[in-house]
Design a protein around this ligand. Structure first.
Ligand SMILES: [Zn+2]
Length: 342
């Protein structure tokens, strides 16, 4: 079956909020001062800011990706930097990841209703516990939200702190958002949802628990953040050795198409190659830097090879990765030796 992606959906027409509520939000933001630097367009920009304007691309028959920007969180994108997806199965809808905020979840629900009206949402999968992937959960029936026990444990442990951080980064986009952990812990390798079989791969590496879902009908592999395309991978909870192993597993997994956690759909497997290329370069570069005695600030200034520097937010993610990974590499490469001087 040909699964060449076809862009079928039009830009969302319906607005998330009524004019009255958006006016109130503009007022609450101080007529645009919270997004300083936008000059005379500030009022218009704020109205735009509060609408995610989601659109759906049909990447396989009855399967839609909701693609986010290959950027970092800011008050212009509202945290819409992540991919979500929804799939029409015989008896309803399956959703994969719910975005960074309650408002995103509401926009996603509205988009699903416009695209495939009147279908019940039977299952919502969370691929992992990073806040851009699950903070829209609260608009869905919690009894339908599922992930591995590891993902659930991570959401329970860190969900509040993640939400706090996004409130700081995104401001009013986050209004009313609270973390909700999945109610269903998946302990099986596949499940039938509404007449469709989904295979479930409990992996790790991007975080300590990463769930990958394969739709057995279409062959689409929803990898969450184990794969990035055209955007530098993030590493706040990464174990690079485990991540490489997971990518090896995914590379040998039957599939027709990959939807990475960030970046466009991938027919060729380029997302897996690009992600492991970045991880290999990052790990090698930081090991050399630690061995050469560079400080973290010095390491952040190291050059990024052109093939990787062209990825979205490459420099920013490299700098963040230095912060995430340097202390562990220093411990590994320069272990503390207790000397007995007695
Ligand atoms: Zn992530």
């Amino acid at each position: 079956m040909s699964l060449r992606p076809t862009h079928v959906a039009k830009r969302a027409k319906a607005r998330v909020f009524s004019h009255g509520r958006r006016s109130a939000l503009r007022f609450g933001l101080g007529c645009g001062c919270a997004v300083g630097g936008l000059g005379g367009h500030a009022g218009k920009a704020v109205a735009r800011l509060l609408d995610y304007d989601l659109s759906a691309s049909e990447i396989a028959p009855g399967s839609w990706a909701v693609l986010g920007a290959t950027e970092w969180f800011d008050e212009l994108n509202g945290g819409n930097i992540v991919n979500a997806a929804f799939i029409e199965v015989p008896d309803g809808i399956v959703v994969i990841d719910t975005g960074p905020s309650r408002r995103y979840g509401e926009a996603l629900l509205a988009l699903i209703e416009r695209t495939v009206p009147g279908r019940k949402i039977l299952r919502v999968y969370n691929t992992h516990h990073h806040p851009d992937h699950f903070l829209g959960n609260q608009v869905f029936d919690v009894a339908t939200i599922a992930s591995s026990q590891g993902v659930i444990d991570n959401i329970v442990a860190e969900g509040d702190a993640f939400a706090d951080n996004l409130y700081r980064l995104l401001g009013d986009w986050m209004r009313g958002t609270a973390p909700v952990a999945p109610a269903v812990a998946l302990e099986v390798d596949s499940e039938d949802v509404g007449g469709r079989t989904f295979s479930l791969f409990r992996l790790a590496g991007h975080t300590s628990a990463d769930l990958v879902i394969r739709d057995e009908k279409t062959g689409v592999l929803y990898t969450g953040d184990l794969a990035f395309l055209s955007r530098a991978p993030t590493t706040p909870h990464a174990d690079i050795a485990l991540w490489r192993d997971a990518i090896t597993t995914l590379g040998t997994t039957d599939r027709e198409l990959i939807l990475p956690g960030h970046g466009p759909e991938d027919v060729s497997g380029e997302s897996l190659e690009q992600t492991v290329d970045w991880l290999d370069w990052l790990d090698g570069t930081l090991r050399e830097a630690v061995s050469a005695g560079l400080t973290m600030n010095e390491a952040m200034l190291l050059p990024i090879p052109p093939r990787l520097a062209s990825l979205g937010v490459a420099r920013t993610e490299f700098e963040r990765s230095v912060v995430h990974l340097y202390p562990g590499l220093e411990d590994e490469l320069f272990p503390r030796i207790d000397v007995d001087r007695g």
